[in-house]
Design a protein around this ligand. Structure first.
Ligand code: 5GP
Ligand code: MG
Length: 204
């Protein structure tokens, strides 16, 4: 027989040993996603939304956000890739996997995990904006607080966080940790052995 928990029982909060610090808790995520959903619902009242998650990272966020939005809604995905070191954004971004849905005349809302340099949103905004959407906005779960201003701003921001490498709630390091229910700072010892190497990084 599988072990079961009594209904309503709380599991003790356990933090992954590779995580140095929880930056955004599961509870804070749920609360903020609900708020963003309410705000988007009000802003797009009377319209149909095309919600576009940026793979793979935004899959978790967009799944929660879609359920917090009370509007007629289509869900689609796009994937982009950049090349550079494992935990740093690099200069070259391109679309790897395109949307299935047509964009012309639609109210498109791009959903991403982290706004760092802004290059990803900048490139996707230009690419998708050229297809004649009725409107094109973006929502990011996290905006990194960095010295230089980003190339692109987001219309909706979940949380502003310090410029540290984070994982969880869809965000990975080398494809791991996406399933953590919180956003946490990865211990630098986990990625420092790879620090000098140039590896292909898939955005999101
Ligand atoms: P930008 O193009 O704005 O510089 O970078 C955005 C992308 O870089 C995000 O979609 C995300 O995939 C990745 N990224 C930026 N910061 C982090 C981070 O701290 N952790 C993870 N896992 N990915 C990040
Ligand atoms: Mg990644």
């Amino acid at each position: 027989m599988p072990r079961q928990q009594a209904a309503g029982a709380r599991r003790p909060a356990r933090v992954h040993p590779d995580v140095e610090e929880v930056l955004v808790s599961r509870r804070a995520l749920a609360r903020r996603v609900a708020e963003l959903g309410r705000q988007i619902t009000a802003d797009y009242a009377g319209r149909e939304l095309l919600l576009v998650g940026i793979l793979r990272g935004a899959a978790v966020f967009v799944a929660d956000l879609a359920r917090a939005i009370d509007l007629p809604l289509r869900l689609d995905f796009v994937s982009a890739a950049s090349y550079g070191a494992g935990t740093e954004s690099s200069g070259d971004v391109r679309v790897e996997q395109d949307l299935r849905e047509p964009v012309a005349g639609r109210h498109l809302l791009l959903v991403d995990t982290v706004l760092d340099t802004g290059l990803t949103l900048h490139v996707l905004d230009a690419t998708l904006g050229a297809r004649g959407p009725a409107s094109l906005r973006s929502v990011v779960l996290l905006r990194k607080h960095r010295g230089t201003p980003p190339l692109h701003t987001a219309d909706y921001v979940g949380f502003t966080v310090p410029d540290r490498f984070v994982v969880g709630y869809g965000l990975d390091y080398a494809q791991r940790y996406r399933n953590l229910p919180y956003v946490g700072v990865l211990r630098p010892s986990i990625y420092q052995p790879m620090g000098g190497l140039t590896v292909t990084k898939s955005i999101g």
